[in-house]
Design a protein around this ligand. Structure first.
Ligand code: ZN
Length: 84
């Protein structure tokens, strides 16, 4: 599953691919891949749908804030469980 990763750089929001620091970029992309892997098998028990438009934004202090679209609360709960 594709997870879009962005990060706060000063007052700007930058996509992980556009981060100039190679180490930071690698870490961000890895975080996105890890999250995608965790969500790979998550589907709604009622509608059988997976979450979509999954993205995570990291603040300058490194806190990740995940956002996604889901069909209903049950899927949201599953996502929460998967991400622990
Ligand atoms: Zn649902």
């Amino acid at each position: 599953m594709q997870v879009k990763v962005t990060v706060a750089v000063g007052r700007r929001i930058v996509a992980a691919e556009d981060v100039s620091d190679a180490k930071v970029k690698a870490a961000l992309r890895q975080a996105g891949r890890d999250m995608g892997a965790k969500l790979e098998s998550v589907t709604c028990p009622e509608h059988g749908k997976a979450p979509w438009n999954v993205r995570v934004h990291f603040s300058a202090t490194g806190n990740g804030d995940i956002k996604y679209e889901s069909c209903c609360e049950k899927l949201g709960k599953k996502v929460g469980e998967a991400l622990g």
